[in-house]
Design a protein around this ligand. Structure first.
Ligand code: OSB
Ligand code: MG
Length: 373
């Protein structure tokens, strides 16, 4: 089985509303969608769910598109892969660029699963059949608007609420939500907006009984996180700082984090996600599946990974149509009673809407094996 054809699509989908965090305001959904086709005509799709700008990690969807077309596709087309690990070996010469690699790695998982008719969660050894979900709430225009949105999400069944915070929007909104919902599983996410000089703020937050504080400090500073964690009772959960198994080993060694947010895209794919999951499980560190506003394609891989046993906390798994004008899969997943079912179809278990993929494609490159002369 040889990868005969690679298609790289840069997609851009309008949002219903922009989404504001300490990283800035996101105005559109972007991603790179990878389509792999093998010599038997079997097709797999994957998603590199990178943001419009390099504000979350060093990659943007535009840089990921460049990496996919210039660096990765030539290493993949014409090759025969029997496992995701073999593909990761082939792209190993390319440094970093984990979102871009995830596009290819997930597409191969989907293709291999379709070839043998096995759902990805089964291939991975997942045990959960459904995943509890929480929502991530943007920085609101007012306290009233925030409180109304929390009420709405709780009425929709969400099992955890995460508030995006930044300097000037932290103590007051978090206190207001806690006062109104004393028993809610409540978390905050700073997306690296603070420094150790803000320790007093986080010490004061201990009394709000947050389930975790996500990435309070710089994206690349494990040492400061370990110092902050030693000063507060609330668990720190690293997001941006965990790019790999090696980062996770160091963070656990330093005591920089007590919970780990795993995102398939941020860590370079399903294989690395499972390695991080296994290491955390062995060390008694709970993990949960984060998100980067994936389409239904990327969310399906996240759901399969989140079927692993140590994914014990609610995932960021709101339906793409809550944010985007349109999704790229034919059948969007539903939240039922605060849970989303793990897909059971072959591969990642979705069907791509090829017309919508074409409609939202801004740039496209195709690679084929040239026929021998
Ligand atoms: O920090 O978890 C984050 C979205 C984009 C980039 C980073 C983050 C987020 C979210 C929303 O919080 C998660 C989602 O529902 O996809
Ligand atoms: Mg985060």
């Amino acid at each position: 089985m040889v990868i005969d054809r690679v298609d790289v699509h840069l997609i851009r989908i309008p949002l219903h509303h922009s989404f504001r965090t300490s990283m800035g305001t996101m105005a559109e959904k972007t991603a790179v969608i990878i389509r792999l086709q093998d010599s038997d005509g079997v097709v797999g799709y994957g998603e590199a769910p990178a943001m419009p700008n390099a504000t979350y990690t060093e990659e943007s969807a535009f840089s990921a598109f460049q990496c996919c077309t210039r660096d990765l596709a030539p290493l993949v087309v014409g090759r025969d892969f029997t496992s995701a690990e073999a593909l990761l070996d082939a792209v190993q010469p390319i440094r970093g660029n984990r979102f871009a690699k995830t596009g290819f790695e997930t597409a191969l998982w989907d293709l291999l699963g379709r070839r043998c008719g096995e759902p990805l969660s089964v291939s991975l050894g997942g045990t959960r059949t459904r995943v509890p979900v929480g929502d991530s709430l943007e920085i609101a225009d007012s306290l009233e608007a925030l409180l109304d949105l929390v009420d709405l999400r709780l009425s929709e069944g969400y099992r955890r609420i995460k508030l995006k915070i930044e300097p000037g929007w932290d103590r007051r909104p978090v206190e207001a939500v806690r006062q109104r919902h004393p028993d809610l599983m409540l978390t905050v996410d700073a997306n690296a907006a603070y420094t150790l000089a803000d320790s007093a703020l986080f010490e004061a937050m201990d009394e709000l009984e947050l389930a975790m504080i996500e990435q309070p400090l710089a994206f690349d500073d494990l040492l400061d996180h370990s110092i902050l964690q030693s000063r507060i009772r609330t668990p720190i959960c690293l997001d941006e700082s965990i790019r790999s198994l090696a980062d996770t080993r160091l963070a656990l060694h330093l005591g920089s984090t007590r919970i780990v947010n795993i995102k398939t895209g941020r860590v370079g794919g399903v294989v690395e996600s499972r390695r991080i999951h296994d290491l955390c499980a062995a060390n008694g560190i709970p993990v949960w599946m984060g998100g980067v506003f994936e389409t239904g394609i990327g969310r399906s891989f996240n759901l399969a990974v989140a079927s692993l046993a140590n994914f014990s906390l609610p995932a960021d798994m709101s339906p793409p149509l809550m944010y985007f004008e349109s999704d790229l899969v034919l059948v969007p997943f539903q939240i039922v009673d605060g849970y989303v079912d793990v897909p059971t179809g072959p591969g990642a278990g979705f069907d791509v809407d090829v017309d919508r993929l074409a409609f939202y494609t801004d740039e496209h490159s195709a690679f084929t094996v040239s026929d021998p002369a």
